[in-house]
Each structure stands twice: as structure tokens, then as C-alpha cells.
Design a protein around this ligand. Structure first.
Ligand SMILES: Cc1cc2nc3c(=O)[nH]c(=O)nc-3n(C[C@H](O)[C@H](O)[C@H](O)COP(=O)(O)OP(=O)(O)OC[C@H]3O[C@@H](n4cnc5c(N)ncnc54)[C@H](O)[C@@H]3O)c2cc1C
Length: 415
């Protein structure tokens, strides 16, 4: 039976960063990383952006060159799925029955795309966007595709719609709610992106409920609840993920929609940490509510925290959440968590395609969404970090840099 001082399950963003940070912080013990995909760790964001559009090769989206892991003494067990964990015996068992003994386990398994529950969901030509294999399958089919339906108006659906449009495909985007990005952004941002997609030729249909996917073997269309059929040679489903936590929950870890972790990313199982998309943690920037964050920032920062914890540092997870999304020539950067806001301020005119939305709760800045507005994003970070109380009129005034709206100024009664 092989033994590793640290066993990392999941060779994605969080798992890779955990390995990198352990070595950077002087950890000299043995490390293995198990990943069920065949490839070494790669960046997932380009899957709905540059890699999808063929603008970046796979080599260019690798998190580190393939040789890096061996050079750092990290054993890579790729194409290998962990099916069960026995936390008492400190073992993880793979799908092929191999048993691995660990000193500490870092669970960094991310999530699987949620699939449609309706008839036709498994037809050829119906895709999700989570892995390189998903995108390679999709791009292989694209030459035969003129019309595509994207189901889900979240970031992944919108990015896929933008990528397909840039590849000259006709796109219908279906969103069940009355606006896109409803789960993650305020109305002003939703309406802006809806307008941009329409202006680029995407047929955005809100309040649309899918009945089933039609086709014989291969998709031919999407039937809506009202009976209308939207013809399509390809369907992309972007309706969220299900955290990949079953083996840990079966082993007795607390959780449900993710594995519950404390401020050091420790699960309720001894010497088992969980990080990244699958980690359900209390976040200071979400009013200490338990949430899962699906972002590269969260994956990297939790991984670094756990690596430092393992080498003996005493830290807690306090990182400011940030995220980005690229659609057309629009670069959206977000900082903070906007859910729970009770007021918004639009800073700048969306018509100029460069503006920010500032989210407030009880008069304090909790988040910003910045569209082609890097300066606001950089300077707004401090407002979110300090949850600064700010005057909405001052926030809306683009002649006043956000850095001037500091807490000190407020205390002096300037705003
Ligand atoms: C298309 C797309 C676009 C995105 N765009 C952005 C963006 O613009 N900005 C941003 O901040 N974030 C973006 N994200 C989110 C970001 O990629 C994720 O938050 C990040 O990948 C999470 O890292 P992770 O390590 O937790 O999970 P993952 O990167 O998903 O890695 C988990 C790995 O574990 C493997 N695994 C699962 N179960 C097991 C098991 N039992 N045994 C072995 N291996 C297992 C999985 O197959 C996977 O390879 C995007 C995601 C997608 C899919």
C-alpha cells in the first residue's frame, strides 16, 4: 500500500495550488495528487473563452508545464478517481481498488455540471462546459452546427453564447428567470449584459422553461413548455454544478451542498481539509453565511491557506472574493459578494460600456461589479475590504476616484 504524507484529491485549480504552495512553503514530505481527468492541472476559465474559440492551445492553459510536478516531487495519479475514504484508517480507495494511505487529505474535487432532468438530456449534441474533454467534443462538432441553444443565463452560459456568436453561430439563450445573472448580480448589470448579447445577435429569451430536448440519437431542437420548438444542432447546458463530495459525506463529513469546513478549511473528519468549489465555508464577505464560492480566487486562496496550515502557520480564511468574466470586448471584474445588498449605485453610464455597479448593505459597500473599469475595480477593493460606509451621491460621481472615498474621509465628515 502506498503512503503519502499529503494526498490531494482533485487536480484542478485548488489541488494544483495546494501542491505548489506546500512546496513553496517548505513542505518536504511526500505529496500525491489524484485527478480523474487524464490531463495535468489546467485553467478552467478559458474553456468558455479563449480555448473554446481556438485562440489558445491546451499547452497555453496548463497551470504549470507538465514536467513541473515531477520536478517538485509531486506524484501525479491522473485518470484516477477516488471512490471512498476511510478517515479512521486514513485511506482513500480508487475506482480500480487501489488503496492509498495518507497523513493529511486535501479534498479539492470541485463539482460536476448539473444536467437537465428532462427527456432528451443525454442526446448527442447536448453539452456541458466543465472539462477539456467537454470542450474538445463540442468544438469537434462545431463545423456541423449553425444553430445553437444555450440553456442558462449565468456566467458560463453567457460566455458560451458570446464564444459561439464570435464563431458566427446563431444562438438562442434561454433563461428561466426574468433576467440573466440573477443569482450573482443586480438588475443593472443583468440588463446591461442582456442588451449586449442582443446587440451581438443572440436571441435572449427570459422566463423560458424547457420541456424536453428533441432528436433521434442527435439533438434537433429544444421543446419549450409552451409547445414551441427551437431548432438546434447543438445545446449547451450551463445551469450550475453539483459539488463532488459524495465520498467524503459517505465517510461521515458534515455537509450537504458541499463539505462543511471551518476557518482553516478543516472538515469534521480528522486531518481532512476541503478547498475550492466544493468547500462550504462561512465567508466574512457574505455576512458570515455558509457559502460555496466557484472562483479561481477562492480555489487558490483556500489552497494556499491549507498549505500554510499544514506547515504550521496559524491563519484563518479572510480573502476578499473576486472574479472575472470576459464576453465580447467586455471585461467584467467583480469584488466582494453582492447577495444581501439593499441598495445599488451605478457609477458611470452603461451606454459608454465602461461603468461600475456598487452594492451597499446598510449604507456600507459590500461589492462592486466593474465593466471595462479597471480603476474602479482596483480602488473599490479597499471599500469592500473595509465595508466602508459611503455616500451614494459620491459613489456615483465619476469625477471622484473611489480611493478618495475612504473610511478616514467619512470619519472626517467629507462625504
Ligand atoms: C467554463 C468555466 C469558466 C469559468 N470561468 C471563470 C472565470 O472567468 N473566473 C473565475 O474566477 N472562475 C471561473 N470558473 C470557475 C473556476 O474554474 C472554478 O472555480 C475552479 O476551477 C475551482 O477549482 P477546484 O479545484 O475547486 O475545482 P476544479 O478545477 O473543477 O478541479 C476539480 C478536479 O477534481 C476532479 N475530481 C472530482 N472528483 C474526483 C474524485 N473523486 N477523484 C479524483 N478526481 C476528482 C475533477 O474532475 C477536476 O479535475 C470557470 C469555470 C468553468 C467550468
Amino acid at each position: 500500500m502506498q503512503h503519502f504524507d499529503v494526498l490531494i484529491v482533485g487536480a484542478g485549480h485548488a489541488g494544483a495550488q495546494a501542491g505548489i504552495s506546500l512546496r513553496q512553503n517548505g513542505f518536504a514530505g511526500s505529496i500525491a495528487m489524484i485527478g480523474d481527468e487524464p490531463d495535468p492541472p489546467y485553467e478552467r476559465p478559458p474553456l468558455s473563452k479563449e480555448y473554446f474559440k481556438g485562440e489558445k492551445s491546451f499547452e497555453r492553459i496548463l497551470i504549470r508545464p507538465a514536467a513541473f510536478w515531477e520536478e517538485r516531487g509531486i506524484t501525479m495519479l491522473l485518470g484516477t478517481c477516488v471512490e471512498s475514504v476511510d478517515a479512521g484508517a486514513r485511506i482513500a480507495v480508487t475506482a480500480s481498488g487501489e488503496t492509498l494511505l495518507y497523513g493529511q487529505l486535501i479534498w479539492a474535487a470541485g463539482g460536476r455540471p448539473r444536467r437537465l432532468a428532462c427527456e432528451g438530456a443525454d442526446l448527442a449534441g447536448v453539452h456541458t462546459v466543465r472539462t477539456r474533454a467537454d470542450v474538445d467534443r463540442m468544438t469537434g462538432e462545431l463545423p456541423g452546427v449553425n444553430r445553437a441553444v444555450v440553456i442558462g443565463g449565468g456566467y458560463i452560459g453567457l460566455e458560451a453564447a458570446a464564444a459561439l456568436t464570435s464563431l458566427a453561430k446563431q444562438v438562442v439563450l434561454l433563461e428561466a428567470l426574468d433576467r440573466v445573472l440573477a443569482r450573482v448580480a443586480g438588475e443593472a448589470l443583468s440588463r446591461f449584459y442582456e442588451g449586449e448579447h442582443r446587440a451581438h445577435g443572440v436571441d435572449v429569451r427570459l422566463g423560458s422553461t424547457v420541456d424536453c430536448i428533441e432528436g433521434a440519437g442527435r439533438v434537433t431542437g429544444v421543446r419549450m413548455k409552451d409547445g414551441k420548438v427551437i431548432p438546434a444542432e447543438m445545446v449547451i447546458v450551463g445551469i450550475g454544478i453539483i459539488p463532488a463530495v459524495e465520498p467524503l459525506i459517505a465517510a461521515g463529513a458534515a455537509g450537504g451542498n458541499g463539505v462543511a469546513v471551518d476557518a482553516q478549511c478543516r472538515t469534521s473528519l480528522p486531518d481532512v481539509f476541503a478547498i475550492g468549489d466544493c468547500a462550504l465555508h462561512s465567508n466574512r464577505f457574505a455576512d458570515d453565511m455558509p457559502i460555496r464560492l466557484e472562483s479561481v480566487q477562492n480555489a487558490n486562496d483556500q489552497a494556499t491557506l491549507v498549505a500554510k496550515t499544514i506547515v504550521g502557520q496559524d491563519l484563518t480564511y479572510e480573502a476578499v472574493p473576486w472574479f472575472w468574466s470576459n464576453q465580447y470586448d467586455l471585461k467584467l471584474q467583480t469584488v466582494g459578494i453582492s447577495s444581501g445588498h439593499d441598495a445599488t449605485v451605478v457609477r458611470g453610464d452603461p451606454v459608454t460600456r465602461s461603468f461600475s455597479v456598487v452594492y451597499l448593505r446598510a449604507g456600507r459597500v459590500i461589492a462592486l461589479d466593474c465593466v471595462n473599469a479597471v480603476k474602479d475595480y482596483v480602488q473599490g477593493r479597499a471599500l469592500v475590504l473595509g465595508q466602508v460606509e459611503a455616500d451614494p451621491v459620491a459613489l456615483a460621481d465619476t469625477t471622484r476616484p473611489l480611493k478618495d472615498l475612504s473610511g478616514v474621509e467619512r470619519a472626517q465628515g467629507v462625504t
